[in-house]
Design a protein around this ligand. Structure first.
Ligand code: MSP
Length: 505
């Protein structure tokens, strides 16, 4: 029976064009989605844009454009990013689409129908940048904890009875220890909930750019209640279609640490209140800084992923982002570490391995996969059962950098094997053994390339093309296969050029 896997990115605010933070969240999901597909899962990988709310409305006003026209433009730049980064998303949802508005209204009606929403009056602080409500006691020097400005809001509002869900949430966290990751963030969420929950304002009445509250169009739904529903509306909710049944509950919501509370507290409470199953896991990643500084528009140090792709190459960028920091921790981007990673790992280790081996096969074996008489020392390199187990464990816990470090170590083992076996000497002393050594290396590169596909799909594809591996033999089941002696190989091309460190201006 086909197994299903549903993975989502947050949907991105369309107040501004995409930057490295957005690319990072989606990249992690893309790697995970590709990995699961290669394992044989039927995957739904969803991303999209969060287009309602005051923040987007204000950005549109500043540009002097109607919100719908503005969101059409900016949403397109997020779609363009998915193409530029070669993300393999199966769907792209916009909260201004009818299918979404229908889903959001349906969730509201369920909450209302189940008696969890009531009308009252909100008086308190609101941060437009965070799209979040704050109590006086939560403010730090008169600002939101994120540093964003707050404004006083006093208006009629519908409330969700969040305060009633404290015990149920805590029980759920306890019964499902892997529901929130990493551990440190899970603990933060638990102490937040233990501190007590207040009912949550879930509608706004002072502006109109949102999904109208069913039955009271003086109100629009609070943008977070609207936005979170995208994970359901993309499956056709409220209809219980085949897609909905296959993919809900979601296997993994990947989010940044700043929006964990919305996903790990509000979202499960809404779902419980609507009698819907909860997602299986919420993984929060850290934030990137640029050369040690917080990334911000006012400092002017926002990293555009398209610039990185142009300067270093797409797969190099993907590799760096996934390899540089353990997922979950904060990370720092610097030209120096990026250059160092590209040169020492990609060019000198993986690139050099494939270039050396494939050129030797071209020169000494007439460009055909050589005949092999495999010995124990060759099997030591080719037996990857331990490696596979470690990678699987790393991927299950979204330890992407650990999986990559193991793959890089495998490439290093292959390089050590070449130096040790010295096929250039065997050429004169024992050509049959040279053939076996080159075969073993080509096999190691094949396995490495298959396993690198989720992270660097283009480079892995080129490597597999250079080994004449057919399109049907590139999934993880094909790791069991072997190259066939006598297969003609194309002329090898270098895959990872070295890069120069860009001088700071
Ligand atoms: N619209 C909400 C999400 C709604 S999901 C139902 C939102 N959008 S966002 O565009 O502001 O942020 C999206 C993601 O980008 C978040 O996961 C956030 O953590 C991530 N990043 C924004 N800046 C970042 C860095 N500097 N570094 C890493 N990721 C960061 O929040």
């Amino acid at each position: 029976m086909t197994q299903h896997f549903y993975i989502t990115t947050p949907i991105y605010y369309v107040n501004d064009k995409p930057h490295i933070g957005h690319a990072y969240t989606s990249l992690a999901c893309d790697v995970m989605a590709r990995y699961k597909r290669l394992q044989g899962y039927e995957v739904k990988f969803l991303t999209g844009t969060d287009e309602h709310g005051q923040k987007v409305e204000k950005s549109a006003m500043r540009k002097g454009i109607e919100p719908q026209a503005f969101t059409d433009q900016v949403s397109q730049s997020f779609r363009d990013l998915t193409k530029a980064m070669h993300f393999s998303n199966d769907d792209f949802i916009r909260t201004t689409e009818e299918r979404h508005k229908k889903g959001a209204a349906a969730l509201w009606q369920r909450l209302m129908g189940n008696g969890h929403i009531y009308l009252d009056q909100y008086a308190g602080w609101y941060s437009v940048r965070d799209e979040a409500f704050f109590q006086e006691s939560e403010l730090i020097d008169g600002k939101a904890p994120s540093g964003a400005e707050v404004e006083w809001v006093e208006e009629p509002s519908y409330f969700f009875d969040l305060s009633k869900w404290q015990e149920k949430l805590l029980q759920y966290y306890q019964d499902n220890p892997d529901f929130i990751a990493p551990k440190s963030r899970r603990n933060e969420v638990i102490s937040f909930v233990e501190g007590g929950l207040k009912d949550l304002s879930v509608s706004r009445a002072s502006f109109s750019w949102g999904v109208p509250v069913p039955g009271d169009d003086k109100h629009v739904m609070y943008v977070w209640l609207d936005a979170l529903t995208n994970y359901l509306s993309a499956l056709g909710f409220p209809e219980e279609s085949a897609e909905y049944q296959q993919f809900w509950p979601a296997d993994l919501h990947v989010v940044g640490k700043d929006i964990l509370r919305f996903h790990a507290v509000y979202w499960p409470a809404f779902l419980m209140a609507a009698d819907l199953p909860l997602p299986k896991r919420i993984m929060a990643h850290g934030w990137w800084t640029n050369e040690g500084q917080k990334i911000s528009k006012s400092i002017g140090n926002v990293i555009d992923p398209l610039d990185l792709i142009e300067q270093y190459g797409l797969d190099q960028t993907r590799f760096f982002l996934m390899h540089e920091v353990p997922f979950g921790n904060d990370g720092n981007f610097s030209q120096e570490s990026m250059t160092q990673t590209v040169n020492s790992i990609l060019a000198n280790n993986i690139g050099n391995l494939s270039q050396r081996v494939l050129s030797m096969i071209q020169k000494n074996c007439d460009g055909n996969v050589p005949e092999a008489a495999i010995q124990e020392e060759d099997l030591a390199l080719l037996d990857i059962s331990g490696l596979l187990e470690e990678i699987e464990h790393a991927m299950q816990t979204q330890a992407f950098c650990h999986a990559l470090k193991r793959l890089v170590a495998f490439a290093s083992d292959a390089n050590t094997y070449i130096d040790h076996q010295a096929p250039w000497t065997l050429k004169k002393t024992d050509p049959a053994r040279m053939a076996t050594v080159l075969y073993t290396l080509a096999e190691a590169i094949r396995k490495l390339a298959i396993l690198l596909q989720p992270f660097m799909p283009d480079a892995a594809e080129k490597l597999l093309d250079q080994l004449a591996v057919s399109a049907q033999e590139r999934d993880f089941a094909a790791l069991e296969n072997s190259l066939v002696a006598g297969t003609a190989l194309p002329k090898p091309e270098p895959i990872f050029p070295r890069v120069e460190l860009k001088e700071a201006c």
